[in-house]
Ligand binder design. Structure first.
Ligand SMILES: *[C@@H]1O[C@H](CO)[C@@H](O)[C@H](O)[C@H]1NC(C)=O
Ligand SMILES: *[C@@H]1O[C@H](CO)[C@@H](O)[C@H](O)[C@H]1NC(C)=O
Ligand SMILES: *[C@@H]1O[C@H](CO)[C@@H](O)[C@H](O)[C@H]1NC(C)=O
Ligand SMILES: *[C@@H]1O[C@H](CO)[C@@H](O)[C@H](O)[C@H]1NC(C)=O
Ligand SMILES: *[C@@H]1O[C@H](CO)[C@@H](O)[C@H](O)[C@H]1NC(C)=O
Ligand SMILES: *[C@@H]1O[C@H](CO)[C@@H](O)[C@H](O)[C@H]1NC(C)=O
Ligand SMILES: *[C@@H]1O[C@H](CO)[C@@H](O)[C@H](O)[C@H]1NC(C)=O
Ligand SMILES: *[C@@H]1O[C@H](CO)[C@@H](O)[C@H](O)[C@H]1NC(C)=O
Ligand SMILES: *[C@@H]1O[C@H](CO)[C@@H](O)[C@H](O)[C@H]1NC(C)=O
Ligand SMILES: *[C@@H]1O[C@H](CO)[C@@H](O)[C@H](O)[C@H]1NC(C)=O
Ligand SMILES: *[C@@H]1O[C@H](CO)[C@@H](O)[C@H](O)[C@H]1NC(C)=O
Length: 560
């Protein structure tokens, strides 16, 4: 659930290094200076810190320290716009370093773009990144031989009784492992901070930063993508009188999140995933062998699908014979699912990665060090297991720590119930990705910590300003109904804009229409009619010679 750079509006940017600026509101001051070059390499950006209470209800607990970043407005400055890239656990510093131009462009250049590494993120904010193991080896030893590392093996839409039995038999072991994981995390150096990491505190942190920069009571402008939309929903309802211009894009349903266990409700986030896979195979077929290595002359979408299914089956069969294969069918499903987020990467996927996965699975280059390294990278890229920059780095559990600490109380749900939910998701919601494992969401029913504060509603407050809600018609992980729910609950205080495309958040495909709506909103306050539908730019080619509209016009009606 990260933020992707795909559309950049043309704008001029003055690159002058800042030294210090101080606030003039009498509250805490932020000293802006150079950024830590190990985290931010764009020297036109400024960085600073702000101390905030670790627990806003109990100042005696001590202080947290937030690492901040700022991209100066390119035009005449009217204030600040805050940004969070989602994750949860995405670094605001890294996101602004990468996507400064996009953010300044979308907000019309009239605000300083401000972001920060939220609690639990990075090594500059305190509390920082959550680690529960000393190193990667301790993690792999702890989970040796389990689906945490191999994923789930299944074939034929998870209808094979042997596959179902093989999963369910692991339920007690896996439940114990994730319960032990929670205890390990509590006993780690991160442990004492876990209950102060969470989205309600993050909302209060944003208000603290705004107070320091622009003064108490000032309108707060915000852009949140993916999990950043939950920060947005909580913010506008916790501080309705502070709402300035707010855009949320790729929306998590806050009502579902406030009332249901993520491990059981996650299926509702996957309803569009198979359709987006159909877009991938359709685009590949339309482009043909010259644009898509997986296509042979004359192949239709279902011929491409047959190849992918055959590959999954070969990997599945190989794993049944020898559990230590370099890549399992479960690993491939997870890798493929992460690709559903970013159509701009599809051409690279099918032309560079896919042929290598085929070789690995077919054992065609068993002694090839490049390929072995490659397969490790593929597994390491599993978006659900966040790796550090070094191969032996301990995996981060920040995403779990935030998502689970924000979620509803423990309800005694068993791993067997979670597994049955996964089987039914694979049978009925998404044949290809229902069995993707591991995932943050599934850990929450066994996570021992909840934040000292959570916001669980109401989500229909009257806001000081109207907000803009954006969603792709087809989003693999935050589907349209989340955005529709927020729009319905906020009524006249929100406008929904949909984008006729696929991928995670509307910025996964470029749309001049949506960019112009955002810029007009940020600079002039005006919004289009509710339910406006924007097209993706026709000159954006998903595969050589094939654009989004071509693909949408040719989606097969058959199930995959
Ligand atoms: C940003 O703007 C402030 C206030 O106008 C100025 O003092 C500072 O030098 C600017 N920083 C950069 C990096 O341009
Ligand atoms: C902090 O994180 C950055 C980026 O991940 C890394 O390059 C740097 O080495 C880290 N610094 C320390 C002291 O761990
Ligand atoms: C800055 O870091 C990004 C990755 O965050 C990298 O792609 C880019 O090449 C770096 N630029 C420089 C000038 O080092
Ligand atoms: C995992 O378990 C297998 C046997 O079950 C053992 O051979 C292997 O060394 C173990 N690996 C790790 C990393 O502990
Ligand atoms: C999954 O089920 C659909 C029908 O719902 C079918 O078309 C498809 O072939 C099945 N896939 C596999 C791999 O069995
Ligand atoms: C299983 O695969 C591993 C890694 O590819 C290999 O080292 C091992 O010899 C294989 N075991 C058998 C019984 O084939
Ligand atoms: C290993 O595989 C890669 C990718 O297929 C290939 O480019 C490379 O030449 C191979 N190396 C050797 C030593 O076979
Ligand atoms: C799948 O859906 C059908 C009807 O839509 C239902 O009868 C069936 O029980 C569901 N299967 C599972 C495993 O939930
Ligand atoms: C807001 O939602 C609550 C339920 O959370 C409901 O009781 C209340 O009537 C709603 N208020 C408005 C103004 O719709
Ligand atoms: C805007 O459209 C959404 C989605 O159809 C709907 O839920 C919401 O009620 C509409 N808002 C207004 C003010 O009509
Ligand atoms: C700017 O806002 C004013 C009034 O709020 C409106 O009349 C005007 O049409 C808007 N301009 C644009 C370009 O939307």
């Amino acid at each position: 659930m990260e933020y992707y750079k795909l559309v950049v509006l043309a704008l001029s940017f003055a690159s002058i290094v800042s030294c210090t600026t101080s606030s003039h509101h009498g509250g805490p001051q932020i000293q802006w200076g150079a950024c830590d070059p190990s985290v931010v390499n764009d020297t036109s950006l400024s960085c600073g810190f702000l101390e905030v209470p670790l627990d806003y209800q109990d100042p005696s607990v001590g202080k947290a320290r937030l690492a901040l970043i700022k991209a100066n407005a390119t035009g005449e400055r009217r204030g600040s716009v805050f940004f969070n890239p989602g994750g949860p656990g995405g670094s605001g510093l890294a996101a602004v370093n990468e996507d400064k131009d996009l953010l300044l462009g979308l907000s019309g250049g009239v605000y300083d773009v401000i972001s920060w590494d939220p609690r639990g993120v990075g090594n500059l904010t305190v509390p920082g990144e959550v680690f529960c193991f000393d190193d990667f080896a301790e993690y792999t030893t702890f989970f040796n031989g389990t689906i945490e590392l191999t994923g789930i093996e299944e074939t034929g839409n998870f209808t094979n009784p042997a596959d179902i039995k093989a999963l369910l038999v692991q339920a007690p072991t896996m439940q114990k492992k994730y319960e032990q994981l929670g205890q390990k995390c509590l006993q780690s150096p991160s442990g004492k901070f876990l209950k102060y990491i969470g989205t309600a505190a993050v909302v209060r942190d944003m208000v603290s930063i705004a107070n320091a920069l622009d003064g108490p009571g000032t309108p707060i402008n915000y852009i949140g993508t993916s999990y950043g939309t939950l920060i947005g929903s909580w913010f506008v309802n916790m501080f309705p009188e502070r709402v300035g211009r707010v855009v949320i894009d790729g929306v998590i349903d806050p009502l579902v999140f406030a009332t249901q266990e993520p491990a059981l409700s996650f299926r509702s986030q996957l309803i569009s995933a198979d359709t987006i896979y159909k877009a991938l195979i359709t685009g590949c077929a339309l482009s043909g062998p010259s644009g898509c290595a997986a296509a042979s002359e004359g192949d239709g979408p279902l011929d491409i699908d047959a190849k992918v299914q055959a590959l999954l089956k070969i990997a599945y069969d190989a794993t049944k014979l020898n559990a230590s294969v370099p890549i399992t069918s479960g690993n491939i499903r997870v890798e493929l699912f992460s690709e559903m987020y970013t159509p701009a990467d599809w051409s690279n996927l099918v032309n560079e990665e896919y042929p290598q996965i085929v070789q690995i699975v077919n054992g065609e280059a068993p002694g090839n060090a490049t390929l072995r390294k490659r397969s490790k990278r593929l597994i390491g890229r599993n978006p659900l297991v966040k790796r550090g920059s070094q191969p032996n780095d301990s995996p981060s559990f920040t995403s779990t720590a935030i998502y689970c600490a924000d979620s509803v109380d423990l309800r005694g749900t068993t791993m067997e119930q979670v597994f049955k939910g996964i089987i039914s998701t694979a049978q009925n919601v998404t044949h290809l990705f229902g069995s993707s494992w591991p995932a943050t969401f599934y850990r929450c029913s066994f996570w021992p910590v909840r934040s000292v504060e959570r916001y669980q509603g109401p989500f229909n407050k009257t806001l000081a300003n109207k907000i803009l809600i954006a969603s792709n018609l087809l989003d693999p992980i935050t589907p349209l109904p989340g955005a529709e729910t927020v729009a319905r609950l906020l009524g006249k205080d929100a406008v929904l804009v949909r984008q006729n495309g696929f991928g995670h958040t509307t910025v996964s495909e470029p749309s001049t229409c949506l960019n112009e709506i955002a810029v007009t909103y940020f600079t002039n306050g005006t919004l289009p009619a509710n339910n406006t539908l924007c097209e993706v730019d026709a000159d954006f080619e998903v595969f050589s010679g094939v654009n989004t509209a071509d693909i949408l016009a040719h989606l097969p009606s058959t199930d995959v």
